[in-house]
Ligand binder design. Structure first.
Ligand code: ADP
Length: 512
């Protein structure tokens, strides 16, 4: 049986995983690297670190899985999206890569919207509005602020595609990651000529675009030697980390949605047709499934809100958990269970770091509203979890409003590890939720793409059906569902009532 390697170039490290054709995981290894922030709001990495981490993690996986070079039948690549690697004509890196969370490009986003003929015109061309993290504004930033570096640049690559270049010598990308550059005609799945023209960018800067399961190149003899593999191994397109993670969870069919409640929260839906939100509140990108799309909403502080609560207010529980040798979150969720659904009128707005979906508001802030003398600590902690889950429901509601059915919700992330939070999600979403048996993330998704793209399966949908097993489920409790359905509209109203005040607070803070 063939073995497939999935390599995920993450922000904190690179994870490589070896998967047998039947889906069994044989070994995995992660190698971390630093991130630098030379100025406030800047976020950069040295692409050479990604390559070194790729070599190290691949070698450790081969050793850990007792694999011989001939066992490896294909490689898939995934990675942090939106980053930009600038290469000169000798194919050397011109400057450190700008990452997805770099915030320096506010002016360039405005410039892109203006050159495109407005926000709606831009969404019409590339399906998404300009966000500071995306790649196109980074290229414009280089042109304006480091013109000599821009003049030297002959290629701009995404993080995983730089590693692909080191592996295969090819300049290539695939549709899902390319969607996050803001330069892809997401509807036609190719570079957007008209926008490139308006931005006065040469199309030759960009690599060739493949579908995610297509073979984009083969391992060179030099790279094979460095990695301990055989030369000629096919490397498939792979996917951006969100699309690849979704493949790993089996989100490859209409009606199947994932709700990942980690530090941040992501709601991800497969879509057979291109569906965009006219207000640009959710991202519409090409999916890693051939000829399909996906829609995605992001909650900035989902589990992060509970983490904040734990760190600020739960030192007693943390100490108790240490004595009992259990996870502090277990004690906190047990405490939350003492308060009733809806917390007797107490609401928490989880906007501790502003909000992306649906408000796109960096000034939004967290709040407890509705406090009374009746409220005790269990209400406080439960309201934080409810607020984070309402924020996830906001994403689901937008997706449903875009003609994308929500039939099955697969939950993952820290929030799905807890039975109590799983039940709360079922009650607040008003639908059955289910976990997947193994949670291996993007590296697993691209190993599946590699298996599909090299012929072990007919396509990635068949690969997912054959390998992904479902875990525990939870169905909505009728009474709790009723309470939440009444409480949820008010949650949205509270943000709208406070929106202007959040802005005023930001002005006060910046003026002080
Ligand atoms: P990350 O998103 O950083 O990769 P996770 O997916 O593990 O991390 O999510 C971490 C968050 O999940 C925590 O901040 C917390 O809110 C929540 N979490 C983790 N474990 C539990 C648990 N046992 N019970 C409830 N919530 C949990």
């Amino acid at each position: 049986m063939g073995v497939y390697l999935g390599i995920d170039i993450g922000t904190s490290g690179t994870k490589t995983l070896a998967m047998r054709e039947d889906g069994a995981i044989l070994a995995s290894a992660t190698r971390e690297y630093p991130l630098s922030s030379p100025r406030p709001g800047w976020s950069e990495q040295d692409p050479e670190h990604w390559w070194q981490a790729t070599k190290d993690s691949v070698r450790r996986v081969l050793k850990g899985g007792r694999l011989k070079p001939a066992d490896v039948a294909g490689i898939g690549l995934s990675g942090q999206m939106h980053g930009s690697v600038f290469l000169d004509k000798r194919h050397e890196v011109v400057r450190p890569a700008l990452l997805w969370n770099d915030q320096r490009t506010g002016d360039e986003c405005a410039e892109i919207e203006q050159r495109a003929g407005g926000r709606q015109a831009l969404i019409g061309m590339v399906a998404n509005p300009a966000l500071t993290g995306f790649t196109a504004p980074k290229i414009l930033w280089l042109r304006k602020h480091e013109p000599r570096n821009f003049d030297r640049t002959v290629k701009v690559l995404l993080p995983k595609d730089y590693v692909r270049f080191r592996l295969t010598g090819e300049f290539a990308t695939e549709v899902s990651d390319a969607s996050g550059t803001l330069l892809l005609d997401v509807a036609r799945r190719r570079w957007c000529g008209p926008l490139l023209e308006k931005l006065e960018l040469n199309a030759s800067l960009l690599p060739e675009v493949f579908e995610s399961e297509e073979v984009s190149g083969r391992l060179t003899a030099g790279a094979a030697k460095e990695l301990g593999l055989a030369s000629g191994v096919p490397v498939v397109g792979g996917g951006g980390d969100q699309a690849a993670g979704a493949v790993g969870n089996g989100i490859v069919k209409r009606g199947v949605i994932s709700a990942t409640l980690g530090t941040s929260g992501v709601v991800f839906a497969h879509s057979d047709a291109l569906e965009t939100d006219p207000q640009g509140r959710v991202h519409t990108f090409c999916h890693a499934v051939r000829g399909k799309w996906h829609v995605m909403g992001v909650v900035l502080s989902a589990g992060g809100s509970l983490q904040w609560y734990r760190n600020q207010f739960a030192s007693q529980e943390v100490a108790q958990a240490k004595r009992k040798k259990v996870d502090p979150y277990e004690l906190l969720t047990a405490q939350a269970a003492e308060a009733p659904p809806g917390c007797e009128g107490l609401y928490f707005l989880p906007y501790l770091t502003g909000e992306r979906t649906p408000h796109a508001d960096p000034h939004a802030r967290g709040a407890w509203i509705g406090l009374s003398l009746r409220h005790r600590q269990p209400h406080l902690v439960r309201s934080v979890m409810e607020g984070a889950t309402y924020a996830m429901r906001d994403c689901l509601e937008i997706i449903e409003g875009m003609n994308i059915p929500v039939r099955e919700i697969r939950v993952s992330g820290g929030g799905a590890r807890s039975g109590f939070w799983r039940q709360m999600q079922a009650d607040i979403y008003g639908r059955k939720v289910v976990t997947t048996a193994a949670e291996e993330g993007p590296a697993y998704g691209v190993a599946l793409l590699a298996a599909a793209g090299t012929g072990a399966y007919k396509n990635v949908v068949e690969a997912c059906t054959a390998t992904i097993e479902l875990g525990t489920g939870a169905s909505p409790d009728a009474k709790a569902k009723r309470i939440y359905n009444r409480a949820y509209p008010l949650y949205g109203r509270l943000y709208r009532s406070l929106k202007e005040d959040f802005r005023a607070i930001a002005d006060v803070v910046s003026g002080s």
